[in-house]
Design a protein around this ligand. Structure first.
Ligand code: SF4
Length: 296
């Protein structure tokens, strides 16, 4: 089962990166019907790349056995089951034909992923040292998501991202933008604390990526603000330094992305606060949020 999920994850990531790279069609080899002439359309046509499909959110349900069949043992036709609506990746949003999820659906979806995360054992070292997983918090209807690196000691203890001094500074930044934590959604690349606050390892990031993607699929934010190099580089799949990523708007599928310094870095480097404030003003402008005029 683990092997199957791992394969699903790999296929998912591959399809997503193809979509992000703009590849929408792939050639398909169609098996030739025995003894028949191959229809031209089937033999030569390119097929649409199937959209990345998230791993099934719930175990596959089997059709309930009709009472009469259970009693008689007769072979009654299987009951039809309406397929569950599939949640789309952000990169698919422009192709989406399903309506946006309601608040209740988002809460339910996030709760489901959160329960999976709580039992996740993909990263042996993190599982052995974590106090608890730190899933994410905030408004499931948020237009703006803040993405950090990984839980630190305070987050690991409290089970919530961005608490402690760095969290307080994030609250201050939000307040300066006329926002509160309840207006946005806050999450991390990793859901478990790396021991000693070391940087996340590539395999850990890869292990945790489908949880992040599923959170983003459910929330479908318009904007993501990456806090720090690890968040920005992993989301945007680049090694460009944060100093060069900040100051402009990137694209992740249909989501606009701004990268800025991590609040923990700002606590140690006061001079970078001005640059972060410039990034936040750019983000607020893009979101159409008017900031109060500066007092003279
Ligand atoms: S970091 Fe993510 S993938 Fe790794 S054990 Fe924690 S929840 Fe699982």
């Amino acid at each position: 089962m683990d092997q199957r999920r791992q394969l699903q994850r790999l296929v998912l990531q591959r399809l997503e990166s193809l979509h992000l790279a703009g590849v929408l069609d792939l050639p398909r080899r169609v098996p030739r019907p025995r003894g028949d002439v191959v229809p031209a359309a089937a033999s030569a046509g390119a097929v649409h790349v199937p959209a990345p499909v998230a791993p099934p959110a719930k175990p596959v349900r089997t059709a309930p056995v009709p009472p009469e069949a259970a009693v008689s043992g007769g072979a009654a036709p299987p009951a039809a089951i309406a397929p569950e609506p599939r949640i789309l990746f952000p990169v698919e949003r422009e192709m989406a034909s399903t309506p946006t999820l309601s608040r209740a659906q988002r809460l339910e979806g996030l709760d489901q992923v959160s329960r999976e995360v709580a039992h996740c054992r993909r990263c042996a070292e993190l599982v052995a040292t974590r106090t608890q997983t730190v899933f994410g918090t905030g408004n499931p209807m948020a237009r703006l998501v803040f993405l950090g690196e990984a839980p630190g000691a305070d987050e690991d203890r409290q089970g919530e991202p961005f608490v402690g001094r760095a969290g307080q500074l994030l609250n201050d930044i939000l307040a300066a933008c006329t926002l509160k934590r309840e207006d946005v959604y806050i999450l991390n690349i990793l859901k478990c604390r790396p021991p000693g606050n070391r940087a996340p390892q590539p395999q850990e990031v890869s292990n945790c990526r489908d949880y992040l993607l599923r959170q983003l699929e459910i929330i479908r934010p318009e904007f993501i603000c990456c806090l720090g190099a690890v968040a920005a580089q992993n989301l945007l799949d680049t090694t460009t330094p944060i100093g060069q990523l900040r100051g402009r708007i990137h694209q992740f599928g249909q989501i606009k992305v701004v990268a800025t310094y991590h609040p923990a870095y700002l606590l140690r480097n006061q001079s970078a606060k001005r640059l972060t404030w410039d990034d936040m003003k750019m983000l607020m402008r893009a979101m159409g949020i008017k900031l109060p005029a500066k007092k003279k």
